[in-house]
Design a protein. Sequence first.
Length: 291
Amino acid sequence: MKSPASLTPAAGPASMLLPVGLLLISMISIQGGAALAKSLFPLVGAPGITALRLGLATIILFVIFKPWRMRLHAGNRLPLLCYGLALGTMNFLFYLSIRTVPLGVAVALEFTGPLALAIFGSRRAVDFLWVVLAVLGLAFLLPLGHALGSVDLKGALLALGAGACWALYILAGQRAGSHDGPATVAVGSLIGALIYCPIGIIDTGSALFAPSLLLPALALAILSSALPYSLEMVALTRMPARTFGTLMSLEPALAAFSGMLFLHEHLSVIQWLALSAIICASAGATLSARR
């Protein structure tokens, strides 16, 4: 069996194509799913959406990856538990936040988690340059000055909490998935579902089981969990955590596009320039990444 170190290849431009491509597909999928989830809030609320997403995604992931074949060992149990808790709590807090905060802003705040990993993991001046560029982009993306009052404080704090869970998800996922790969995400999703599905059922009641919700909920589970988390688990074992975190700076840009296309949430010219800075930082981090 390969060691965790051997699972991370030399991070030259050619060898990075696969994990970068997987992350791009994952982020596009998850932001489309976030827009769909927000449109369903009037029907079942944020806790109900969390329950639908985790519950259906767990079933799909179990069918695909058959995690009962995994060989759990003492050193893998705690990271796996942390991974599942982080996954479920990240979803729950994020959905609570976007009830009152625009999708692009919520994702930008949530990004503080992986951005912190990128900062703490930097070892070369060029790595820090990309992080600084991403921070500058986020500074202009976030509503500042007179617009600050338009952002709900509670929603913003919930998004920051989701960001902390995102950082834990990256670290625990890289360790938990180093031996069993994508099958790990099925067990992690089960752990999250066991915690947050009962909360969603209690909060929503029988409305959660309405037949009209089946197809949207299935699409939500695939777009927001089954597809992106599987792809991310593969990418996590093929690149350093700091590179993964910096690449995730694309998330606010994709969230803003998703909010514009599906939720009619428009950004200013300055905010679009900020998104361009974030994209440049991600591209630079990818090209200059090494083992």
